[in-house]
Design a protein around this ligand. Structure first.
Ligand code: NAD
Length: 256
């Protein structure tokens, strides 16, 4: 029999590592109960041993591109906490960087399925529970939804899709459920990986200096905004996309 809680319950996809893990930590520090839903069982195990020391944490191994995994993860959160108040659709994968003329349909579909369809599936199955608690959804896109390097078509398209999905959901699911998006820029996550994947960040002075804010981002920068958007302070904010990039997308760049 699982322990029920009166604390607000959150589900964070991709919560075992990187930005998702920082969001899970922050939510626990703020007194929420948190279930991390992540495709990597080893990372889940490591994360849960740390997160459980902060508060009421649970984990579900889940591939967000699979509908049965998502329904299972949502049920696990509701079973564990008795309620779902906040859903963070953070799980995402990157791009291989091959030119579009060589990009296979399989790779294109894999990126869209995890990054974009995963958000749809989580929203679809989380919404009935969030409706009951007047909860909220936070999606995680990227500044790559707005600007590109060459050979990033699948990733950029998936992230642009997330920003559009966000306002569509906000209009469909309001007023009971608020839906907002965070678009991070360069966030250094190497210290937030499972032990096997952890490496020392090798950031140069130039990496930091090129940001108008003077440094590369930290997963806790994204978590701080997620905490605000999940709070009652944000109850008049929905359908929006918030950029957390140290000002990089506001900087004009000309080759000298
Ligand atoms: P990360 O690789 O550090 O962590 C991602 C987590 O998602 C991992 O634990 C991984 O196991 C999990 N995951 C991957 N595929 C999954 C799936 N199918 N189902 C469930 N879990 C899955 O990544 P990150 O850098 O923390 O990125 C988190 C989100 O932020 C992603 O959506 C990413 O696109 C976005 N983002 C990151 C940055 C950045 O600079 N780090 C910038 C912009 C946007």
């Amino acid at each position: 029999m699982s322990e029920k809680t009166t604390a607000r319950g959150a589900l964070v996809t991709g919560g075992a590592q990187g930005i998702g893990r920082a969001i899970a930590e922050r939510f626990l520090q703020d007194g929420m109960a948190v279930l991390i839903a992540d495709a990597d069982p080893e990372a889940c195990e490591e994360a849960i041993s740390t997160l459980s020391r902060i508060g009421h944490a649970a984990a579900a191994v889940c591939d967000v591109s699979k509908e049965e995994d998502v329904t299972q993860a949502v049920s696990s959160a509701v079973d564990a906490f008795g309620r779902l108040d906040v859903l963070v659709c953070n799980a995402g994968i990157g791009f291989s960087g091959v030119p579009v003329t060589e990009l296979t349909l399989d790779e294109w579909q894999r990126v869209i399925n995890v990054n974009l369809t995963g958000c749809f599936l989580c929203a679809k199955h989380g919404a009935p529970h969030l409706h009951n608690t007047r909860g909220c959804i936070i999606t995680i896109a990227s500044t790559r939804a707005m600007q590109s390097e060459p050979h990033t078509e699948s990733y950029s398209a998936s992230k642009g899709g997330i920003t559009a999905l966000t306002h569509a959901l906000a209009v469909s699911l309001g007023p009971e459920i608020r839906v907002n998006c965070i678009s991070p820029g360069w966030i250094e996550t190497r210290a937030w990986q499972k032990r096997k994947k952890q490496t020392e960040p090798e950031l140069t002075a130039a990496d930091h200096a090129q940001h108008p804010a003077g440094r590369v981002g930290d997963p806790r920068d994204v978590a701080a905004l997620a905490a605000f958007l999940a709070s009652g302070e944000a109850e008049f904010i929905t359908g929006q996309n918030f950029i957390v990039d140290g000002g990089m997308t506001r900087k004009m760049i000309y080759v000298e």
